[in-house]
Every structure is written in C-alpha cells, then in structure tokens.
Design a protein. Sequence first.
Length: 149
Amino acid sequence: MVAHTRKALVKKEEESYLGLVREFPLKVIRDERDHTRALDVLAKLASRPLDAGEIEYADVLGQLLSNFEDSTPGHRLDLSRLTPRQVLNHLIEESGITPAELNRLVGQSTASAYRNGRRPVSKANAAKLARRFSVSPALLLYPTIPRGR
C-alpha cells in the first residue's frame, strides 16, 4: 500500500513538472520577452504551495534566469562577495518592505531565521521573494564564489 501511494505521489509530481515545461519550456532565456515570461511563471508558482516537481522546475528556471541576468547588460550585478542572506537583507532595506509584509510572505519565525542567517532560504520561499523583489531566485539560494581566490 505504501509503495502504491509513493508511486502515485511521484507520478503526480512528474505530471506537475511536465505541465510547467509545456507551459514554459526550460530553455536558454535569450531576450527580454522570455525573461519577463519566466518571471511571470515564477510569480504564479510563488502564489501557492509547491510539490517536489514544481520546486525542481522553479529551481531550474531560477538558474536560467540567473544565467540570462548575468550575461545581459543592465541585468548584471557584481555579487561576488555577497551571501544569500546579505542579498536578502539588502533587498528588504532597498524595497521598503515592512516586517509585517515579509512575515506574511514567508512566516514570522522563518523571516527572522532568514534575516539572521540561522536558516537558508527554501526554494519555495526563494520563488516568492524573487517575485516580490523582481530578482532571480538563485540570488537567494546560492552563495556566490569570491573571485580571485
């Protein structure tokens, strides 16, 4: 019975992943139109709880967005010495988001843990925060590697 339930769950997650791929295929983002569409897809995902297939899709899409933003004039920022926590705190300060709004977005104890570096940002919350701040979720998930070391 447990094996049957597990297979059904895996099939559901595969279907959700493939449904997203049909909606917006995971391919290199080459222009502003695709960039905007990819951000819209992530925003839609950030508005609800995600299953494992959707989280995997959002993670790959975030990497594709990050690759585009890193290679496109006007999108490139030197984040070589910033941690995801520093990026999040900077985005919070620059945007003027209120603590109450941040708490509603990710939960009060979670927001505090993220801001203080006690917990890394989850993929699901990275998608929500990325849409709120109009950035790639990769900025909130992956530490950057300092150059020149």
